[in-house]
Design a protein around this ligand. Structure first.
Ligand SMILES: [Zn+2]
Length: 104
């Protein structure tokens, strides 16, 4: 495979707006972890634990292990430029704020 024309250190793009982020520029990494929540409540399975266990094993056999793992836990590292980082922080602090806040 042919390599890209050498630009020195790797350029990156902002995950949100696609802006090019040259080496040495101010960037922010957002690490997102998504995993299944557990509220401490285990529902008594219908037909008893044995039956549920058998069903579960059957499901596991039929599933792609990678898919199964993704369902339980996924991690993302997203590169953001300064302005997208500011917006993201704003959205996290005010998730149900009025729409259109960010229209300039
Ligand atoms: Zn951006």
């Amino acid at each position: 495979m042919r390599q890209n024309r050498s630009r020195g250190p790797k350029w990156q793009n902002c995950f949100r707006c696609g802006k090019e982020l040259p080496p040495g520029s101010l960037t922010y990494v957002t690490q997102i972890k998504i995993f299944a929540g557990f509220d401490g409540v285990l529902l008594e399975p219908e037909g008893g634990v044995d039956r549920q266990l058998k069903q579960l094993l059957k499901q596991v056999e039929q599933s792609n292990p990678e898919d199964l793992e993704k369902e339980v836990y996924q991690e993302f590292n997203l590169m953001l430029c300064k302005s997208c980082r500011d917006r993201l922080v704003e959205e996290i602090n005010h998730p149900w704020g009025s729409p259109g806040r960010f229209i300039h």
